[in-house]
Design a protein around this ligand. Sequence first.
Ligand SMILES: Nc1ncnc2c1ncn2[C@@H]1O[C@H](COP(=O)(O)OP(=O)(O)OP(=O)(O)O)[C@@H](O)[C@H]1O
Length: 303
Amino acid sequence: MVTQIISDDEAMDKIMPGNPQVKKVEKVKKMKSGLVPKDDRRTVGEATVENPRMRCENIDVYYNDGEKKAINNISLDIGCNEVIAMIGPSGCGKSTFLRSLNRMNDTIEGCRVDGKILLDGKNIYDKQVDVVPLRAQVGMVFQKPNPFPKSIYDNVAYGPRIHGLVQNKAQSDELVETSLKRAGLWEEVKDRLDQPGTGLSGGQQQRLCIARTIAVGPEVILMDEPCSALDPIATAIIEDLIDELRQEYSIAIVTHSMQQASRVSQRTAYFHLGDLIEIGPTEQIFLNPLHQLTQDYITGRFG
Ligand SMILES: Nc1ncnc2c1ncn2[C@@H]1O[C@H](COP(=O)(O)OP(=O)(O)OP(=O)(O)O)[C@@H](O)[C@H]1O
């Protein structure tokens, strides 16, 4: 718990270390705790990074043809080779925001996304953007492993084939092997590639889904509570894998587990009722949050 009393200037300096992208907290009300008060819903912390892979600018998301606003003016960057965790109480908009990063919200009738999301500098919401290659570039792994009702081999080979990434069987074989190796599954399945993917254990199925995502050459991998259906051993294997995958990809993960966020991520974003309340280095968010709402959540007083 932060207990020192600090001046407005000191608080500003701590909260907004010279970042023009994030709206400034002009006047931080002095509190005994030194934390930003609950009713101040402007983002605190460093939302931008130097070389972003993705940059989200002023994102609003609406459901039911505009009747319900689920995301309120969120700006944040996803860096190269980082894992960013998105945490917050149920219904705060984590999955909605995650889905806006590869236009999965387009598939929900009555859902609208306003604002800009730049992938390597290009707005993914531009009219001419084809969502099929976009969703290969920004792949997604879901809560429940969802392999296709096909063989292990075909689960991985299908995407590269339809995206024209392989020209013949030898290339396909090689890509299947590399992708399964990167997903840490090769040794367990190399002798039964022709068997159904649905016959694997839950943890293996999730790694198969990760291999399938990797096979089409993504830059960013979105993970929506990827371990919530898994036991602790399978969870630990996936968490180690996430750490390895960071060497090559940017990863955004929604998780309900604060332990998981602290184990796998370098930066953490705390959402609350559609607002991005605080973002910063994971250790700082968990050990020394700047906002009262973040503090309440991580100490179990909320959510
Ligand atoms: N398809 C939809 N149609 C209408 N409202 C929706 C839809 N999906 C989500 N919402 C609403 O948008 C808000 C944010 O939901 P979302 O699922 O993104 O939150 P979340 O933080 O991921 O929640 P959880 O942790 O429970 O998965 C909630 O109020 C939810 O009821």
